[in-house]
Write a protein that binds this ligand. Structure first.
Ligand SMILES: *[C@@H]1O[C@H](CO)[C@@H](O)[C@H](O)[C@H]1NC(C)=O
Ligand SMILES: *[C@@H]1O[C@H](CO)[C@@H](O)[C@H](O)[C@H]1NC(C)=O
Length: 524
């Protein structure tokens, strides 16, 4: 009784001093690795069932059978035991020294209705599973937890995630902690099946997925075979980085352990993917990878620096809202930050590598706390991101206090102000002409398309009316060269303060000198 009282008092204290709580809370120690009893199933029995997005309105169902002749079919429908549709998929398997995997089936089903419960079974065998497709509009809820592993703490975290009404789970790397012991990938698949068979689990890889042995084994063999993500659907050539869209949110999964420099495939794919983001269709832009860029814990200090130098300007120029990482076994949230400094247009960075693995927590933090760090604590837990509408999201972090779930931190993440979208159809105001639709396209990152469409309709040098003045625009190679090589001192542009406010002061046309060079190098 007395002990309980003390804990309650400490919690109240902790809440009162939100930013300096790391010392008071007595953290429970790591818990033991789960024991999975030997429980043989018929060889055609579907195991380790999990689902993931596979392009618009499609879902990939993945499962494993010991029986190599079991078919890769999924039967599904919207009422129990009544399968109106059937899809045929593909399969693979791999061996790793003495271990050989079962048959790993990947079957894409769809098109599916939004926000609908489906019943399905795999390989023509019971049991029946259920999945719910995400809504097509806000609100949508993501649960987030990385570095899961398979301990008693993992079980506690999964139990809490199950209680939250989430639509999609995001996992920023380090899944099974199999660490070369391939059968542990199988036990992990079974451990997460109750959750991962009913909501899409979108994952990216961490260091524990590598499992490479120089000369003998390539990296990510098991991960790539078992957790196939929609990389082909998103124009990527590697399962280690991809993107997907759901209900107004564009999410990019990057690889911390594959090349990311300017000349790499990943970098080029990222640039192309960002250019395709339509902020009118998907106002929210999330990015996940394993090794954090903003981390004030002593653990893994500086490990993300190289990737950050290479890619942070791209994410900033694209207006990414939130970056999630794992790796550090603790929780930390930043203010909006860019290039190490507070910046109202930079993303919020959240480290959430506290899913519950056997390595335990990372307790030591750097002092003094950097100005960008707003909350940090080494405890196991998970996060929930409820995106309410195109401008507001509610983020909360939930700590596993023994087996109670305690909401420890809540924050509304607001997008920087931007103009309301123009009403559809003709603007009909002569003095404004095409100004608003161009400005909006520029904010939404679709100016290229907007201009190309006008050029197609009106010829290579279309006339416009901008801000009450007749104007022309030039585009193509010559125009690019003009804009990219001239700065404020050569190119004179007339923009009123109000226009600057709409375009933001990071518009290429507004910058000069060093700033212009930097922004140009990002876009080039
Ligand atoms: C089975 O599903 C189909 C289509 O979803 C529906 O038309 C039919 O009534 C269902 N049958 C039963 C017995 O539920
Ligand atoms: C978005 O949601 C927030 C919080 O619920 C609310 O205050 C705001 O008015 C909403 N904005 C729009 C454009 O609906």
């Amino acid at each position: 009784m007395e002990q309980k009282l003390i804990i309650v008092v400490l919690l109240v204290l902790a809440l009162a001093t939100a930013t300096a709580i790391t010392a008071e809370y007595v953290r429970p120690p790591p818990r033991k690795t789960l024991h999975f009893p030997w429980n043989p199933k018929p060889s055609s029995h579907p195991q380790q069932v999990h689902i993931s997005f596979a392009g618009d309105k499609h879902i990939r169902v993945t499962w494993v059978t010991s029986d190599k002749s079991s078919p890769s079919i999924v039967e599904y429908g919207i009422s129990p035991k009544n399968y109106s549709s059937k899809a045929q998929g593909e399969s693979n398997s791999y061996s790793y020294f003495l271990y050989s995997s079962g048959k790993i089936h990947h079957t894409v089903i769809g098109p599916l209705e939004d926000d609908t419960l489906y019943f399905y079974r795999c390989g023509g065998e019971d049991p029946e599973f259920q999945l719910k497709t995400p809504p097509s509009q806000f609100p949508i809820t993501f649960s987030v937890a990385g570095d899961l592993g398979q301990t008693e703490w993992t079980k506690s975290t999964l139990g809490h995630i199950e209680q939250c009404k989430y639509d999609v789970h995001l996992l920023p790397g380090d899944l099974s902690y199999a660490d070369y012991m391939q059968h542990k990938w199988d036990t992990f698949g079974d451990l997460v099946q109750p959750l991962a068979s009913s909501r899409p689990w979108m994952v990216t890889q961490g260091n524990h997925e590598k499992e490479n042995i120089p000369i003998l084994k390539d990296g990510f063999v098991s991960y790539n075979s078992r957790w196939k993500m929609p990389y082909e659907e998103s124009g990527s050539s590697s399962n280690l980085y991809y993107s997907f869209e759901v209900a107004g949110v564009h999410t990019i999964m990057l690889g911390s352990y594959t090349d990311y420099d300017k000349y790499s495939d990943q970098y080029n794919w990222l640039k192309a993917d960002l250019l395709n983001v339509d902020r009118e269709r998907t106002p929210w832009l999330l990015v996940l990878f394993h090794v954090p860029w903003y981390n004030s814990n002593n653990a893994h200090q500086g490990e993300g620096d190289d990737m950050m130098v290479a890619m942070e300007p791209l994410l900033y120029a694209a207006g990414v809202d939130i970056v999630f990482a794992g790796h550090v076994h603790a929780y930390e949230r930043s203010k909006r930050v860019y290039n190490g400094k507070l910046d109202p247009c930079g993303p919020v960075h959240i480290t959430i590598g506290d899913g519950g693995n056997r390595e335990g927590l990372a307790h030591k933090y750097r002092e003094p706390e950097p100005e960008w760090s707003i909350f940090r604590e080494a405890s196991f837990g998970h996060g929930e991101l409820k995106i309410m509408n195109s401008t507001h999201a509610l983020w909360s972090w939930h700590r596993n206090d023994d087996d109670e779930q305690v909401s420890k931190e809540k924050n509304i993440i607001k997008k920087p102000a931007r103009p309301p979208p123009p009403s559809p159809g003709s603007l009909g105001i002569p003095i404004i002409g095409q100004s608003l639709s161009l400005l909006w396209a520029m904010r939404a990152n679709t100016a290229d398309r907007w201009m190309a469409e006008r050029a197609k309709r009106y010829g290579p040098i279309p006339k416009l009316s901008l801000f009450g003045k007749p104007a022309v625009f030039i585009h193509g190679q010559a125009a690019n060269k003009f804009v990219f090589t001239s700065d404020h001192s050569i190119m004179n542009n007339y923009q009123t303060e109000s226009i600057k406010m709409i375009l933001g002061n990071r518009c290429l046309l507004e910058l000069s000198g060093e700033d212009h060079k930097r922004e140009r190098s990002v876009l080039a």
